[in-house]
Design a protein around this ligand. Structure first.
Ligand code: PDD
Length: 288
């Protein structure tokens, strides 16, 4: 099936979808993005994603390209045209096209592109055994709370993970505290049974899955503590996992050379993944 993408008001064949070479996203990473999951043809937590998009745009003083309603129409049309019911849409808004100048152009018109893709089937072995992660110094800028397209350090980090046979790289700050994964939030469960993730400051992206998971964990009566944890604590943890809109909950059973817990996904990770998937199934089955 041919794939369509959205480029500034038009649905175009994916193979020829393009933006101008002087788009500031291309030249300065001057843009923001969202990745939103689709379950049974319905968006998962669309309102939370649109709110975060609005915040990211505001922080960078990029004009809002269109209303939430119009954006929602664009994204759902895109998914429909591609025949995708279970997958994700990628939305990027840049400041606009202008002759190269570091300072903002005065009359920039934000550029909007979007693509859609089906979920890749999850490797059942990865879920049954958990995956490996490595730790790397966090070399990103100081505003990781903005969902900016400045992803070079993240791309370098994910590549380092791939080359180490790992699924994700957990970044740590100068004080040895884990910030987050390159494209996911980081969680541990201590030997005392406390579920821990770092508070949403400028050091991390406040994941939508993270926000929802905190509520699900509280509802399930799990002992949740929002605080920073060190790499050493993570190595000694009973459980570790990551969350994101595309991996939901992925258990980590090896971090660097340390085996986490007994080397199998732990009960919190398994339970939270099941609870999250049940919520997705509910969203998929919900009436429009
Ligand atoms: N990444 N932290 C970072 C640095 C991320 O890039 C992401 C998501 C998350 C999790 O956020 P959410 O739960 O809202 O997906 C945390 C997306 C999936 C990506 O770049 O493809």
């Amino acid at each position: 099936m041919s794939r369509f993408s959205y480029v500034n008001g038009r649905f175009v064949r994916h193979g020829i979808a393009s933006v101008h070479i002087e788009d500031r996203g291309y030249q300065f990473a001057d843009g923001v993005y969202e990745v939103i999951a689709l379950a049974g043809g319905r968006f998962v937590d669309l309102d939370l994603h649109l709110t975060r998009l609005d915040r990211s745009l505001g922080e960078l003083r990029i004009a809002r390209p269109m209303s939430d309603r119009a954006l929602t129409m664009v994204l759902s049309n895109l998914a429909k045209r591609n025949g995708i019911r279970d997958g994700s849409v990628y939305l990027q808004v840049t400041r606009g096209v202008a002759p190269r100048d570091f300072a903002f152009p005065v009359d920039a018109v934000p550029q909007v592109v979007a693509t859609a893709r089906r979920f890749k089937p999850v490797d059942p072995k990865a879920l049954a055994d958990g995956v490996k992660a490595i730790t790397i110094p966090d070399l990103r800028w100081a505003r990781c709370d903005i969902k900016s397209v400045a992803l070079l350090p993240a791309a370098m980090g994910k590549q380092a993970a791939r080359e180490a046979g790992a699924y994700e790289a957990w970044q740590y700050d100068r004080d040895g505290f884990v910030t987050e994964g390159t494209s996911s939030n980081a969680w541990i469960v201590t030997n005392e049974g406390e579920l821990i993730t770092r508070p949403p400051t400028n050091a991390i992206l406040n994941g939508i899955t993270r926000q929802v998971m905190i509520e699900l964990a509280k509802d399930a009566g799990l002992r949740f503590v929002e605080r920073a944890f060190t790499v050493d604590e993570a190595h000694a943890a009973r459980e570790a996992f990551v969350t994101s809109s595309t991996s939901f909950v992925m258990p980590i059973t090896q971090l660097d050379d340390a085996t986490i817990g007994n080397g199998k996904p732990g009960s919190f990770s398994v339970r939270l993944r099941e609870t999250y998937l049940a919520r997705m199934a509910e969203i998929a089955g919900a009436r429009a």
